[in-house]
Write a protein that binds this ligand. Structure first.
Ligand code: NAI
Length: 341
C-alpha cells in the first residue's frame, strides 16, 4: 500500500439474519476494489439489532451512534424488528437521530437476469423521517389504536428538492410524485403542494402526479413510464419492494439514507430469516449499496470497478445466487466478483 493511500473510516453494522453474511461479502469486495485503486478502509464494527439485544441486552449501543457521528459514513446489513410488540425499529431511530431524510433507492436491471421487464432504470426518492413512520401511536382504549401521520412542509420540500436536484444533475427527465391526496387531503395534499412548488423551479423536468394504488398497477403494466419516483415514507417503502420484484428481487436493490452531513448505506431487503446462515443470501444489494457509498466518499474509480465486476459476473451468468435463478452460494458469488475485479 502506498503512502498516498487514503484510509476511510466507516462504521459497519453487520445486523441480523443474513446481515453478517452479506456484510462480510461486501467488506471483502470493497477491500479488493480499494487495493486496485489506492484507497483503504478502517471498519468500525458494531453489533446492533435483535441478535445483539439477545446477546448483550442492547439494540443500538451508544458506541455505535458515537461512531456514526464521528465517521459520518456507515454501512449496515438488515436488522430485524419484532412485529406487533417489542422494541422499535433501529433503522427508524438512526434515520431520525441523524436526520437522514433522503432514502435514495436506484432500481436498475442487471445483465443476464431473466425478468418480464428488461432494461429497468428508475430511482426512488423516499422521504425517510416523517409520515406514519414517526411512530406516534397510542391506544385510545383497548379497542381503538391511533397512529399519527406527520407530513411537514420542511420534510416534503427537502425530499422534493433532493429528487429534482438529482434529476437535473444526472439528466433524468421525469419525476412522478406518488400520493393519496384524494383521501388524505391535508397531509398528502401538503406533500403535493411542496412537490409542485419545487417542480416549478425546474421547468426542464417533466412533473406528474400519480395516486399510489394506481401506481402499483402502472408499475406492473408499464414500469418504463417511470424515471424518478418521489414519495412519502410508507408508500416509498412498499413501492421499493414492488420495484425490486421488477428487476429480479430483493437481493439486488441498494439504498442510501442521506442527511446533510451523515450517510448510512443499506440494501432495501430485510434480514431474510428463512435463508440466514445457509450461504444462500445474495449480497448484490449490499455490494451495490457500497458502490453508492464509494461514490459518496469520492472513490469513483473503486465504485466503477466494483460495479463493472458485479455486472460482469451477472453477464456471464455462471456464478449467480439461487434467488435470481443461479446455483451458487454467497461465498462463491463473492469470490466471482473479486475474480472479475
Ligand atoms: P426480507 O426482505 O427479509 O425477506 C423477504 C423475502 O426476500 C424472503 O423470502 C427472503 O429470503 C428474500 N430475500 C431478502 N433479501 C434477500 C437476499 N439478499 N438474497 C436472497 N433472498 C433475499 O423481508 P421480511 O421477511 O419482511 O423481513 C424480515 C425482517 O427484516 C423483519 O424483522 C423486518 O423488520 C426486517 N427488515 C429490516 C430492514 C432493514 O434493516 N433495513 C428492511 C426490511 C425488513
Amino acid at each position: 500500500m502506498s503512502a498516498l493511500t487514503h484510509i476511510h473510516k466507516i462504521t459497519l453494522i453487520p445486523g441480523d439474519g443474513i446481515g453478517p453474511e452479506v456484510a462480510a461479502a461486501m467488506v471483502s469486495v470493497v477491500e479488493a476494489a480499494g487495493k486496485l485503486t489506492g484507497c483503504a478502509f478502517e471498519w468500525h464494527s458494531f453489533e446492533c439489532g435483535a441478535e445483539a439485544y439477545e446477546k448483550n441486552g442492547e439494540i443500538l449501543p451508544q458506541a455505535a451512534l458515537d461512531s456514526i457521528a464521528a465517521d459520518k459514513v456507515a454501512i449496515k446489513g438488515p436488522t430485524a424488528t419484532p412485529i406487533g410488540g417489542g422494541f422499535s425499529s433501529i433503522n427508524v431511530a438512526m434515520r431520525k437521530k441523524f436526520d437522514l431524510y433522503n432514502n435514495f433507492r436506484p432500481v436498475k436491471s442487471l445483465p443476464g437476469i431473466k425478468t418480464n421487464y428488461p432494461g429497468i432504470d428508475m430511482i426512488i426518492f423516499r422521504e425517510n423521517t416523517e409520515d406514519l413512520y414517526a411512530g406516534l401511536e397510542v391506544m385510545i382504549n383497548p379497542d381503538i389504536a391511533q397512529s399519527l401521520k406527520i407530513i411537514t412542509r420542511k420534510g416534503s420540500t427537502r425530499i422534493a428538492r433532493s429528487a429534482f436536484e438529482y434529476a437535473k444533475k444526472h439528466g433524468r427527465k421525469k419525476i412522478h410524485a406518488i400520493h393519496k391526496a384524494n383521501i388524505m387531503k391535508k397531509s398528502d395534499g401538503l406533500f403535493l403542494e411542496c412537490c409542485k412548488a419545487v417542480a416549478a423551479e425546474y421547468p426542464e423536468i417533466t412533473y406528474a402526479e400519480h395516486i399510489v394504488d394506481n401506481t402499483c398497477m402502472q408499475l406492473v403494466m408499464n414500469p418504463y413510464q417511470y424515471d424518478v419516483i418521489l414519495t412519502e415514507n410508507l408508500y416509498g417503502d412498499i413501492l421499493s419492494d414492488l420495484c425490486s420484484g421488477l428487476i429480479g428481487g430483493l437481493g439486488l436493490v441498494p439504498g442510501a439514507n442521506l442527511g446533510a452531513d451523515t450517510a448510512i448505506f443499506e440494501a432495501v431487503h430485510g434480514s431474510a430469516p428463512d435463508i440466514a446462515g445457509q450461504d444462500k443470501a445474495n449480497p448484490t444489494a449490499l455490494i451495490q449499496s457500497a458502490v453508492l457509498m464509494l461514490h459518496h466518499i469520492d472513490e469513483a474509480e473503486a465504485a466503477n470497478k466494483l460495479q463493472a465486476a458485479v455486472e460482469k459476473v451477472y453477464a456471464e451468468g455462471k456464478s449467480t445466487t439461487r434467488d435470481v435463478g443461479g446455483s451458487v452460494g454467497t461465498k462463491a458469488f463473492t469470490e466471482a466478483v473479486i475474480a472479475a475485479l
